[in-house]
Every structure is written in structure tokens, then in C-alpha cells.
Ligand binder design. Structure first.
Ligand code: GAR
Length: 211
């Protein structure tokens, strides 16, 4: 069966990448195939996870490029070479410019560890998001998967899942609960939804031309 080709962009531990790999193995993701993992950090453990599963990897380190444009052009070059259809930002800690995101309208997904529009946008990433949620005193938080556009965390929402905040939570404890109960579930689900929709759209175009 023809599959949508997925690239996953990472910066760190890669537990969301692992959730995607596991979902492909278990058949939760059946319309897409993870073909490439790109990291902006050489030491990202996510790269090890990709290699352990026979997925091609590449590192595009910002420090090796003089401008944001040349950094992003290198990423685009790799995506084109590998004929990638869908890009998943799974803990990718670089903000991408409008020049880049406009090349892939509704084809870039991001997982964010809060219920957008709370605790999102510039400066809200990783553990900081959970620190802010605890400082505010919210009783419910969660995760969001959304399309990426020129506004940080501002693209159309695909899926969200709420998670309870419990008495005595530390940012680390809350982060883990949000990952386990929300991110690792909704990211693969959203990925399958988008991959399937793209396959269906391609099928329609084919049948249009063959009638
Ligand atoms: C995840 O919690 C992800 O939602 C968050 O970083 C963590 C990466 O963990 N992303 C952001 O904050 C983006 N704004 P992982 O490397 O184990 O998947």
C-alpha cells in the first residue's frame, strides 16, 4: 500500500518519536511511514532511537549555518531529497520562520505540552510550560497537536487531551503525566489522521484524471 512519507524533527530525548515508531509498528499509524529523522543536536538521544529502528537520520546544527535561511534551506533540501510529505515536530526546539512554514501549508504538525491557547508561544517549551502551569495554579492541563504556521503554536488545532494536575506535582512529575496520558497518544493519532487525509486526497486527484 502507498504510504505518506513522514519526517520527524527532534532536539532531545525523543520519547514522542518513540511513540510514533511504536504506533507505526502496532498499526495505529497505517497510512504513513517514518522515513527520516532530523535533529538540530548531534547528541540528541532521539537519533539513537531512530538508528535502532533502521530509520535514516541527519543532523542540521544551527551553529554550522550563518543565517536562519541557510539552516532552514538545508532542512528543506533533505525533505525534498527524501520526498517527504508530512513533517512532525516532536520536541524540536527551534522556531521555524514564515518563509519555511509557508512552503508546507497544513503539512507540519507540532506537539505542545499544554492546552493551547494556555502556556504557549515564544518562551514556552519543554519543562518551562509545566513550571508556568504549576505557578498559575491550573487544575487541568494537557497537550495539543496542531498544524504549524508562521505564529508560534498558532496553527489550526488537530487534537487535544486534558490531564489532571495533582497536589504536590513538580514540573518533572507533571511533564511525565502529560506525556504518558496525552502526548504519546494524540501525536500518533493526529499523525495518522493527516497521513490518511493526504492519501485520500491523492486518490481523488488520481480518479479525477482517470475518468
Ligand atoms: C515534549 O514534552 C514536547 O511536547 C515538548 O518538548 C518535549 C520533548 O520531549 N515540546 C515543546 O515544548 C515544543 N514547544 P521528547 O524529546 O521526549 O519527545
Amino acid at each position: 500500500m502507498l504510504k505518506t512519507k513522514i519526517a520527524v524533527l527532534v532536539s532531545g530525548g525523543g520519547t514522542n518519536l518513540q511513540a510514533l515508531i511504536d504506533a507505526e509498528k502496532s498499526g495505529i499509524i497505517k497510512s504513513g511511514k517514518i522515513c527520516l529523522v532530523i535533529s538540530n543536536k548531534y547528541d540528541a538521544y532521539a537519533l539513537e532511537r531512530a538508528r535502532n529502528n533502521g530509520i535514516a537520520t541527519a543532523v542540521v546544527s544551527k551553529s554550522e549555518y550563518t543565517t536562519q535561511e541557510s539552516f532552514e534551506d538545508k532542512i528543506s533540501e533533505l525533505l525534498t531529497q527524501n520526498e517527504i510529505d508530512v513533517i512532525v515536530l516532536a520536541g524540536f526546539m527551534c522556531i521555524l520562520s514564515a518563509r519555511f512554514t509557508s512552503r508546507y501549508p497544513e503539512r507540519i504538525l507540532n506537539v505542545h505540552p499544554s492546552l493551547i491557547p494556555s502556556f504557549c508561544g515564544k518562551g514556552f517549551y519543554g519543562l518551562h510550560v509545566h513550571e508556568a502551569a504549576l505557578a498559575y495554579g491550573v487544575k487541568v492541563t494537557g497537550a495539543t497537536v496542531h498544524f504549524v504556521n508562521e505564529i508560534p503554536d498558532g496553527g489550526r488545532i488537530i487534537l487535544q487531551k486534558a490531564v489532571e494536575v495533582l497536589e504536590g506535582d513538580t514540573p518533572e512529575v507533571l511533564q511525565r503525566r502529560v506525556m504518558e496520558q496525552a502526548e504519546w497518544k494524540i501525536l500518533p493519532q493526529a499523525c495518522e489522521m493527516v497521513c490518511r487525509a493526504l492519501l485520500e486526497a491523492a486518490d481523488k486527484r488520481l480518479s479525477y484524471f482517470s475518468t
